[in-house]
Design a protein. Structure first.
Length: 310
């Protein structure tokens, strides 16, 4: 069986387990590559549920540590909490964000006003050697507070150090060298129609440096030449990741727009969105009941026909 083919059992398992299961573990269970599972889930509009997102952080997060965070985060410096819970700063801030926690404004004002002698010494010793963002993280303050205090103390960054610290376009690779993760010509990746991963995925092939081309168009061009103006290469079965030649066809742009119009085709995700009005949890639940979606789809089509005949 082709790796691109999904059986009914695999699709059923994906629908049932994706919202509450680690994607890499699920890929092993289904017998599919991790990128393929991610792409298929995006195509089907599947999302992780809140319970999974709340309990999927790396680190010793449980009911007890979460309670400590809820009780103390607003008015306790991150450095103190990291030492108490034994976690790195990035893990602490990520967990706080998932729990919807924020620092108390008055607390942040006070902590930025008070500068112990030890913090002032750290600032004097490292100002010009570290960026303001790095110093802010080290001292558990905002970059603005670090800048303001440095100005009051008369601290300045030498011009040479400033160029090294703050010039964002400074390349760390010598001319002609490439990062280890650079892709070669002929490499294939999955990209999405829009920036969010709920949009339609496509395979892209690298044909040159900074030159990527949709794989289905590349295959068609190789065998049939570039399409005439006003024509596009489309997928017969609607699956944008099925780039086999017998699944490709040439159609007009107008026909392609009709095929991709959610209001005309009314796929499950579109119908569910209309019924739930931006409630992701209810939408996920509805997607598990195709019979309800089909009934709503028929109603929408009937309403549209009645409106066009009037």
């Amino acid at each position: 069986m082709s790796l691109k083919t999904w059986t009914e059992d695999q699709l059923r398992t994906l629908h049932e387990l994706y919202p509450s299961t680690n994607t890499r573990e699920l890929a092993k269970m289904i017998g599919k590559p991790y990128p393929a599972v991610k792409a298929k889930a995006a195509t089907l509009g599947l999302l992780k549920n809140k319970d999974y997102l709340m309990h999927s952080s790396y680190g010793p997060w449980n009911t007890n540590t979460d309670q400590v965070l809820v009780d103390k985060y607003a008015t306790t410096p991150n450095k103190v909490l990291c030492e108490e819970l034994g976690v790195p700063d990035h893990s602490l801030t990520n967990r706080a964000r998932r729990l919807g926690l924020k620092k108390d404004r008055e607390f942040m004002r006070e902590i930025n006003k008070e500068w112990p002698e030890a913090d002032i010494n750290v600032l004097k010793e490292n100002y010009g050697k570290m960026t303001r963002a790095e110093l802010a993280k080290l001292l558990n303050r905002t970059p603005g507070a670090v800048k303001s205090k440095a100005a009051k103390l008369g601290l300045k960054v030498p011009a040479a150090a400033s160029r090294l610290l703050y010039k964002s376009n400074q390349c760390t690779y010598k001319k002609g060298n490439k990062p280890g993760n650079s892709l070669h010509d002929g490499a294939i990746t999955i990209r999405y129609e829009r920036s969010n991963r709920k949009s339609k995925p496509y395979y892209y092939i690298r044909i040159g440096k900074k030159d990527w081309y949709p794989l289905h168009q590349y295959i068609w061009d190789l065998l049939h030449g570039k399409p005439e103006k006003g024509m596009v290469v489309a997928f017969k079965d609607g699956n944008s990741l099925n780039v086999l030649l017998d699944n490709l066809e040439l159609i007009t742009r107008g026909e392609n727009m009709k095929r991709n119009s959610a209001s005309l085709n009314m796929p499950d995700s579109y119908v569910a969105s209309l019924m739930t009005r931006h409630d992701p949890e209810l939408k996920e639940e509805l997607l598990q009941h195709p019979e309800i979606l089909e009934a709503k789809r028929l109603q929408l089509k009937l309403n549209k026909e009645l409106n066009t005949t009037e």
